[in-house]
Write a protein that binds this ligand. Structure first.
Ligand SMILES: Cc1cc2nc3c(=O)[nH]c(=O)nc-3n(C[C@H](O)[C@H](O)[C@H](O)COP(=O)(O)OP(=O)(O)OC[C@H]3O[C@@H](n4cnc5c(N)ncnc54)[C@H](O)[C@@H]3O)c2cc1C
Length: 512
C-alpha cells in the first residue's frame, strides 16, 4: 500500500523535478525549509541521500545534523518491530510531528503522516517550559536543534527560563527531520497538501484529498488524530466532546456550571519601519527585564495576568480577566467595548502610556474588514471522554493534542504536553502498556490542572504556582496538592500563600 502511494506521488512529481536551491542553507536553517516544495523536488531528495552517505562533510553544522539523524535511525533499528501494520497520523502540527517521530523511533513498521497545509506559516508562538516542567529543550537539543537556532527566533520570558518560540520555526524543524528520515527510509511517508475528508469502515481506510493529486484511499490499522481543536477525524467518527467544568483540588471534587474565563486580545501596530513593537514597562523588581505577566494584577483590579507577544513585528497582548470584569466584557462585546478599562489595562504595561482612548485606538492594528484587531475570547476547555477507541477488526483511534482537549488558553500546555508524551512513548525502560497509561494519566492531570487554575484565577482572584516537588520531577506525576495557591498582597506587591480553608470557602461560594 505504501508502495502504491509512493508510485502515485513519484509520477506526479516527475514533471516538477528540478529547481535551484542552496542545499547547505536549507540543512542549516530551519526557516528555509518548506515541506511541500521540497517533498516534490527529486534533485533535492537525491542530494540529501548523497550528503547523508558522505559522512566527511566539511561543514560542522551539516555533519552534526546528519549525526542526529543517524542516531534516530539507530534507535529505530534497536526497537522491537511490531506486526506489519500501518499507523496513519492526521495533522502535522507540533503534536502530529512528534507523534510521527515517536512512532518512527519506537519501530512501528509503516507510518504515514498526512497534513492539509502545504507550508508552515502560522504567525503565533509556543511557550516552551524548562525541566522539570517539560523535557522540550532536552528533546530539541537531542534532535539537533542548536542553541543558536533557538535564539534565532525566540524570546526568553521574564518569569524564568521559559522561552517562546515561533510556531513555524518549531514545525519546520521537526518536519525537516521527518522529511530526511522519509527519504532514507520508505517506511515513513509524509503527505503534505492532503486533507482527510472521510473515514471508511470496510476496509478500514481514509480518503485524503489533494488539490494537485486528487483523492487517495489509505488503509490503516492505527489512526492517530492530531488534527487540532476542530478535529475532522473526531467529527467524522462522531466522538463527542464536552465542556470540562469539574476538577479536583485539595481533595474536593468541584463542579462549576459553565466554567469559563474571558480574555481580551489586542493587536498593536509596530512603531516604526524596523517593525519594533511599542515599548513595555520594566519590571519594578528587575529593571533589566520587561514587566512580569502577573505584575499588572497588582496594579489593576480585575486582571489576573497579561501575556505579551511583542517581538519580530508580532505585537499581541492577551489580558486574562477575573469573573467580574470578564462578564462585563462578555455582555458588552458586540455592543460597546469598555475602552476606558482596556486603556487602563494596556497602560499598566506600556512604557509610554496612551493619553486617551482615541490614541489607544489609533495604535491598534486594523483588520482587513476595517475593524480594530481586538478579540474578546470566552475560553472553555472542551474534551473528549477518552483518548483511545476501538474501531473494530483490530483497528483503533487515538486522539492527541488539541484534538483530544483544547489547550490553547493556558499558554504552552498543548505543546509541552506533546513533548512529555514523546518522552514517555520513546522511553526504552517502559512497557507499551505503561507508556500509554502514564501519558493518559498525565494528560488527565494536566486538564484537571488547567480547569482548576482557571477557576481559582478567575472566580477566586488567586494566583497559582506549580510546585516542582522535592525530586523536581512531579509535574508529570500530578497530584492535586502540588498546586500552590497564593493571593496578592497589594500593599507589598507580593504573593502570600493561602490556607486550604480559604480555597474551600471560595469553592462553597460558587457551588451553593
Ligand atoms: C488563539 C490561540 C492562541 C494560542 N496561543 C498560544 C500561545 O501563546 N502559546 C502556546 O504555547 N500555545 C498557544 N496556543 C495553543 C497551541 O496552538 C496548541 O496547543 C497547539 O497548536 C496544539 O497542537 P496540535 O498539533 O494538537 O494542533 P494544531 O497545532 O492545531 O495542529 C493541527 C494540524 O492538523 C491539520 N489538520 C486539521 N484538519 C486536517 C485534516 N482534515 N486533514 C489533514 N490535516 C488537518 C492542521 O492543518 C494543523 O497543522 C494557542 C492556540 C490558539 C487557538
Amino acid at each position: 500500500m505504501i508502495n502504491q502511494i509512493i508510485t502515485i506521488l513519484i509520477l506526479s512529481f516527475l514533471v516538477d523535478c528540478w529547481r535551484g536551491y542552496d542545499f547547505n542553507a536549507i540543512i542549516k536553517n530551519t526557516d528555509r525549509f518548506h515541506p511541500y516544495k521540497y517533498s516534490r523536488d527529486l534533485k533535492f531528495k537525491r542530494d540529501v541521500k548523497a550528503a547523508f552517505k558522505n559522512s566527511r562533510h566539511d561543514d560542522e553544522v551539516t555533519r552534526n545534523y546528519f549525526k542526529q539523524i543517524q542516531k534516530l535511525i539507530t534507535r529505530r533499528s534497536f526497537a522491537k518491530n511490531e506486526k506489519n501494520e500501518t499507523t496513519l497520523i492526521i495533522g502535522a502540527g507540533p503534536v502530529g510531528l512528534l507523534a510521527a517521530l515517536e512512532k518512527y523511533v519506537s519501530g512501528e513498521p509503516h507510518i504515514i503522516l498526512a497534513e492539509k497545509r502545504n507550508d508552515y506559516e502560522r504567525n503565533v508562538w509556543f511557550d516552551l517550559y524548562p525541566e522539570p516542567y517539560s523535557p522540550a529543550f532536552n528533546i530539541l537539543y537531542e534532535l539537533g536543534f542548536g542553541s543558536q537556532q533557538i535564539e534565532f527566533q525566540s524570546q526568553k520570558m521574564t518569569n524564568g527560563s521559559a522561552i517562546t518560540i515561533r510556531c513555524q520555526l518549531l514545525e519546520r524543524f521537526l518536519s525537516k527531520i521527518l522529511f530526511v528520515l522519509s527519504i532514507l527510509d520508505p517506511s515513513l511517508v509524509l503527505l503534505y497538501g492532503f486533507e482527510l475528508t472521510s473515514v471508511l469502515f470496510s476496509p478500514r481506510s481514509v480518503v485524503l484529498k489533494s488539490l494537485v493529486d486528487g483523492r487517495i484511499l489509505v488503509p490503516f490499522h492505527r489512526l492517530i488524530a492530531c488534527d487540532g481543536y476542530n478535529s475532522r477525524t473526531r467529527f467524522l467518527l462522531k466522538i463527542p466532546t464536552k465542556v470540562v467544568d469539574e476538577f479536583t483540588i485539595f481533595n474536593h471534587k468541584v463542579h462549576i456550571k459553565n466554567l469559563h474565563q474571558v480574555s481580551v486580545i489586542v493587536g498593536f501596530k509596530p512603531t516604526n519601519s524596523s517593525s519594533s513593537c511599542p515599548e513595555l514597562r520594566a519590571d519594578p523588581f528587575n529593571p533589566d527585564s520587561t514587566i512580569d505577566p502577573w505584575m499588572p494584577g497588582f496594579m489593576v483590579n480585575g486582571i489576573s495576568s497579561i501575556f505579551k507577544r511583542f517581538y519580530h513585528g508580532h505585537c499581541h497582548m492577551q489580558i486574562l480577566l477575573n469573573k467580574v470584569f470578564g462578564e462585563k466584557f462578555l455582555i458588552n462585546s458586540h455592543v460597546n467595548v469598555d475602552w476606558v478599562t482596556i486603556l487602563q489595562m494596556v497602560n499598566t504595561v506600556m512604557k509610554h502610556p496612551y493619553t486617551n482612548v482615541e490614541q489607544l485606538k489609533r495604535s491598534i492594528t486594523t483588520k482587513t474588514d476595517g475593524s480594530l484587531d481586538l478579540v474578546i475570547l470566552k475560553s472553555q476547555i472542551l474534551k473528549s471522554d477518552d483518548n483511545h477507541y476501538s474501531l473494530g477488526s483490530g483497528s483503533s483511534l487515538t486522539l492527541r493534542g488539541d484534538a483530544s482537549a483544547n489547550a490553547h488558553f493556558r499558554l504552552g500546555v498543548g505543546v509541552n504536553t506533546a513533548f512529555i508524551s514523546y518522552r514517555y512513548h520513546t522511553s526504552q525502560n517502559l512497557s507499551r502498556y505503561l507508556r500509554e497509561e502514564y501519558v493518559r494519566k498525565q494528560w488527565e492531570a494536566v486538564v484537571n490542572n488547567m480547569v482548576g487554575t482557571m477557576f481559582l484565577e478567575t472566580y477566586c482572584n488567586y494566583v497559582i504556582f506549580m510546585d516542582k516537588g522535592e525530586r523536581g520531577d512531579r509535574f508529570d506525576k500530578y497530584e492535586p496538592g502540588k498546586m500552590i495557591v497564593y493571593e496578592r498582597d497589594f500593599k507589598n506587591l507580593d504573593y502570600v500563600q493561602v490556607k486550604e480553608r480559604q480555597v474551600t470557602k471560595c469553592i462553597r461560594e460558587w457551588t451553593q
